[in-house]
Design a protein around this ligand. Sequence first.
Ligand SMILES: Nc1nc2c(ncn2[C@@H]2O[C@H](COP(=O)(O)OP(=O)(O)OP(=O)(O)O)[C@@H](O)[C@H]2O)c(=O)[nH]1
Ligand SMILES: [Mg+2]
Length: 366
Amino acid sequence: MSADYIMVGGFLGAGKTTAMLRLAEHLTAGGRRVGLITNDQSHGLVDTSIVTARGYPVEEITGGCFCCRFTSLTDAADRLTRDARPDVFLAEPVGSCTDLKATVQYPLRRLYGDDYRVAPLSVLVDPQRAARVLGLEAGRSFSPKVLYVYEKQLEEADLIVINKMDLLSAAQRTDLERAVRARFPHADVVTVSARTGANLQDWFGRLSAPLTARSAMEVDYDVYAEGEALLGWLNATLLLSAPAPFDGNLFLQRLAGAVRDRLAAAGIEIAHFKMTLAPDTGADLAVLNLVRTGGRAESPYRLADDLRAGELIVNLRAESDPELLKALTFDGLEQVTREWRVTAALEHSEHFRPGRPEPTHRMATP
Ligand SMILES: Nc1nc2c(ncn2[C@@H]2O[C@H](COP(=O)(O)OP(=O)(O)OP(=O)(O)O)[C@@H](O)[C@H]2O)c(=O)[nH]1
Ligand SMILES: [Mg+2]
């Protein structure tokens, strides 16, 4: 029996995890068994804690993207199969990754065609980020090599899913759809809101189409590697404790503000700054996201009660030297914990630039 394999790509912060959870709900409601696969360059992942908190079986692939860790991808699917027997795998690749058709979808289809039915590649888009990249709106963006990766992601998409339509006026939506279609004419374009659920059925319906049989795009791996390496990554896990209960939701907002102020002053563009705070008792989880330096910090999940102790996970991806990201983040953390009389004990911290992508397989045709 073969399982569906659905990959939901897109740049950092586009809404992949949010949309994948929606898709998981939809499939589960239809009687399917879903297994999720998250992916990151390193461990200590906000996404894994979000997905786990929602009760889905999840496997985390760390230490590189799916394409470079192809074997771990199929191993993860095997482990999920042993434990939860999913008939649909939903996989979220790293948001700075591209060339997924040639390095993941086509190899899966050719080497494991009996095990997986590979769905069309969806690439999610944050509309405000896309409006800047496509020149519809002025504002801070990334440097050209990072934008090379961004545009390659869209170029290979079968389905470009413009997400966050709840943030768009009718005119903005029309302009963006028109610009995306003009620039990427081979892709189907659908506009949705993973947050409100608007139009999601339209996207879900297109996922059962067969994978389009076209040759993979050309990719200059030197430019891709340099573009990806311009993004600095910081993952940190800390144990927070305080003498008296404190408001974890507000704490995350203040911390985001303190770190953002420092990054803004240094002229650094955030790709995605995300944090979770999990109290040491109960199963509650607060999440905070900020997807551009000039954007608003959002809390899609909030804690119901104050906490005295809990685990804070910080994942920051921004165009900067990772050393500087670390220094500015820990400086912001130091200020906020001091003001709040919260003690932060460091459990784990890593900061780095992603290494050059070296795919396990690259197949130019399906
Ligand atoms: N307004 C709005 N916000 C959304 C929507 N979908 C996702 N978001 C928000 O966008 C932010 C990023 O969402 P994620 O799902 O974490 O994005 P991602 O693509 O998985 O991010 P990475 O894994 O870091 O690449 C969060 O604050 C989400 O709540 C949407 O439809 N509308
Ligand atoms: Mg994600």
